[in-house]
Design a protein around this ligand. Sequence first.
Ligand code: NAP
Length: 324
Amino acid sequence: MGKKGKAAARERREQRRAEVTLLRAVPYEPHQRWWDLLAPAPARAVAVVTGASRGIGREIARQLALHGLHVVLASRDAARGRDAAVKLMEEAACASVEWRPLDVADAASLEAFGAWTARTHGGIHVLVNNAGVNFNRGADNSVEFAEQVIETNYFGTKRMIEAMLPLLKPSPYGGRIVNVSSRLGRVNGRRNRIGDASLKEQLLTDDRLSEELIDGMVMKFLEQVKQDSWSPDDWPQMYTDYSVSKLAVNAYTRLMARRLLDRPEGQKIYMNCFCPGWVKTAMTGWEGNISAEEGADTGVWLALLPQEQATIGKFFAERREISF
Ligand SMILES: NC(=O)c1ccc[n+]([C@@H]2O[C@H](COP(=O)([O-])OP(=O)(O)OC[C@H]3O[C@@H](n4cnc5c(N)ncnc54)[C@H](OP(=O)(O)O)[C@@H]3O)[C@@H](O)[C@H]2O)c1
């Protein structure tokens, strides 16, 4: 990109930030705090955030706690998770945060987490699927860890949703599921695009989208990786394994959000996904261009959006809808 292009991109970024700052106050006015109305004090609406001991997940947990929800901060690493929960509690007297162990790639861990949630809280109001891995950086594009990436980012998110769906409490405000995804998982992205025209068409057509299609796509990719026959002509070109996993998360969000809309009033669940941007966290080697606080913003906004504004089954970035 030339000097002019860079300046224009910077200007667009700054303009977007200014707009986001303006929007920040909107959904949080007292009369719109649906999550306070769910349960009289001292009970609070309950939010679960996965992979929350650090990075964007920790920040989403922090912001939800500051908005007055009780946050279950779930993480694999016990020491880091407990420490994060204690620090968030110390940060604000009003914060209510507890740590629970959860490995989203481990069926037994998911089951234990679900049983504990049902026993302890009876259910939850908000689920943020944030846990994720990416082993590539800079210009790397290794698929050495493709299985772990798909297992954690896509199947982990999917299994977590399946485990938590029966626990999302019915309420007039609707349950909320927010999936942390990435622009790298777009079908027709700037950096990444799917080469297979038929797959592309199926992924973007609501009536053709199915769980079988999404699972079949990731399994086909993993099979090609195993046989060393995958080609960047067919699959996303940048961070291919990670991008396929997020492409699947996006498609699954659209599919499930539509299914959940068929539920009767009072039992609806609103599901969306978002891209936090390029964020300074361990995943990017602290190389992003925005802080975890900024990266978490759209996720928290989606989790707390009042029902009448709830956009459903969409993909967001910087509090705006973007294309799949
Ligand atoms: N940073 C970015 O620029 C960026 C851009 C787009 C999307 N995202 C997405 O944002 C989310 C958070 O990423 P981040 O940037 O905050 O990265 P991060 O600091 O590396 O955090 C990722 C978190 O996920 C957890 N995790 C990984 N595998 C897990 C598993 N099997 N079960 C439970 N937790 C697991 C990690 O736990 P451990 O501490 O135990 O490893 C860690 O707490 C991810 O979904 C990522 O794909 C990030």
